[in-house]
Design a binder for this molecule. Structure first.
Ligand code: ADP
Ligand code: MG
Length: 231
């Protein structure tokens, strides 16, 4: 089986004046459809850089990244943005919900970019909110919800367009441990149901238990890959 995501010898150097920072040294990794892969490693090891690179938010200094055979590293800004809107959902540590919008409006946001009209958007967003256990919260603004509820809105927003791939950078980083488990359970359940592929960054060892593979990154290189048995 061909991998869905293929990262080949990716290197990323940030230059700041005379200084340079090797954020990623030489990383190669293949991820298959339906896999949940977790990246772990100390702060500053390159996890977010790796995620941003695969999502096409930044260009590697060297190396290649393919998603479904498409060379992400070669796409221009416009093409890569379209690719992301169509194929990728994001979940952020700090939720990144728009404060002026209600839950249902936040969840419907990615569908605007896909040209879905407002009635259908609303319907799909309501359905998604129900699926993450937020029926009755549709008209709340972010500051009227707990952290766990806000992150469930974040998950609903990431999943509403049924993307092939979901990226999550420390999605439970702002949550207490029992809320983290709740949020992970919902996220993993939805991802498994839809046979989606999840690439997840976390510090938390209990979170990495949800993954099929745990990739440890150190100083911009892969230190170790561990397989978890499913179920
Ligand atoms: P992690 O997510 O594992 O904590 P990052 O990927 O954010 O690590 O960072 C990896 C390294 O790259 C760090 O040393 C960080 O300071 C550096 N870095 C990240 N982004 C930038 C940037 N935009 N400019 C300069 N250096 C950066
Ligand atoms: Mg990070």
């Amino acid at each position: 089986m061909k991998p869905l995501i293929e990262v080949k010898n990716v290197r990323k150097i940030y230059r700041m004046g005379d200084e340079k920072e090797v954020a990623l040294d030489d990383i190669s990794l293949s991820i298959y459809k339906g896999e949940i892969v977790c990246l772990v490693g100390a702060s500053g090891s390159g996890k977010s850089t790796f995620l941003n690179m695969v999502a096409g938010l930044e260009k590697p200094t060297r190396g290649e990244i393919y998603i479904g055979g498409i060379p992400i590293h070669k796409l221009d800004e416009e093409k890569v943005t379209l690719f992301r809107q169509k194929n990728i959902g994001f979940i952020f540590q700090a939720f990144h919900l728009l404060p002026m919008l209600t839950a249902v409006e936040n969840v419907g946001l990615p569908l605007i970019f896909r040209g879905v009209e407002s009635k259908k958007r609303n319907m799909l967003a309501m359905k998604m909110l129900k699926e993450v256990g937020l029926s009755g919260y549709e008209n709340r603004k972010p500051n009227q919800m707990s952290g766990g509820q806000q992150q469930r809105v974040g998950i609903a927003r990431a999943l509403v367009g049924n993307p092939k791939i979901i990226f999550a950078d420390e999605p439970t980083g702002n949550l207490d441990s029992s809320t983290s488990v709740e949020v992970m359970e919902i996220m993993v359940k939805k991802v498994r149901e839809n046979n989606q592929t999840l690439l997840l960054v976390t510090h938390d060892p209990t979170i990495s238990e949800y993954a099929d593979r745990v990739v440890t990154i150190k100083d911009g290189n892969i230190l170790n890959i561990e397989e978890n048995k499913r179920g």
